[in-house]
Design a protein around this ligand. Structure first.
Ligand code: ATP
Length: 220
């Protein structure tokens, strides 16, 4: 199997971080930026580093990126460059183009011109960090989106001796229990009729606010 190939346009903090992570994971990575210093900085980290203006269509067409698996448009400030390179990447046939937006209007434009995914790195990181602060360090949590997480919640005292069927957590809290850890061993084939013990850890998927509420009920 050949390694996946990605092109990253723009080497701001976001572009650099995406390019470095992809390269560290064994992907073939081409980076493009019109700033010589940024290109030099990445030359030893990625497969190819090319100094070019992304609005220069002729140069972009010579990069040979049409068979790449994905493009990351990591140019925020320069709206024209961000939009142009998104259009170009799609026209060249790149199946997945992820673009960074500065604001909602920028995001709308990027979607209209064909971006498959639009991200707001600073906003999304802020939400993720706030959620992590809210979730605290008591329980393990995996963020599934900005709204939903999978989280370990220790059984509330009042759940002791009741089965999942009786507790009916899905109806009561709109959470799904996907497994139960007993004495540190996770069982994902949970029997809805087995009683939950107060030391059990329930692995749940649900809305962050609901999971936070359940976690705080436990720590009271
Ligand atoms: P970050 O927040 O990720 O640090 P930023 O929003 O501060 O990024 P941008 O202004 O979006 O930075 O620029 C990101 C990179 O894109 C810069 O390294 C810049 O040199 C590069 N860049 C901007 N316009 C072009 C262009 N037309 N062609 C090539 N590279 C460009």
């Amino acid at each position: 199997m050949t390694n996946k190939e990605f092109v990253v346009f723009g080497l701001g903090r976001f572009g650099k971080s995406v390019a470095t992570t992809l390269a560290d994971s064994g992907c073939e990575v081409l980076v493009v930026d019109d700033n010589e210093d940024k290109i030099q900085e990445m030359a030893d980290i990625v497969t190819y580093a090319v100094k070019a203006n992304v609005t220069d269509v002729d140069t972009m067409e010579t990069l040979g990126i049409s068979n790449f698996d994905g493009a990351i448009v990591a140019i925020g400030e320069n709206l024209e460059a961000s939009v142009m390179v998104t259009i170009l990447a799609k026209e060249l046939g790149i199946p997945y183009v992820l673009a960074k937006a500065q604001n909602d209007l920028h995001a709308k434009i990027l979607k209209k011109v064909g971006a498959d995914m639009v991200v707001f790195p600073e906003k999304e990181t802020g939400i993720r960090i706030a959620n992590k602060l809210l979730l605290g360090n008591f329980f393990d949590a995996v963020e599934l989106s900005s709204t939903f997480s999978m989280m370990e919640i220790e059984a509330l005292t009042e759940w002791n001796g009741h089965s999942l069927r009786e507790l009916n957590l899905r109806a009561k809290y709109k959470v799904n229990v996907i497994g139960i850890k007993k004495n540190g061993v996770l069982d994902i084939n949970t029997d809805a009729d087995s009683p939950v013990s107060k030391n059990d850890i329930l692995v749940m998927i649900g809305k962050n606010e609901t999971l936070n509420k359940l976690a705080s009920m436990h720590s009271k």
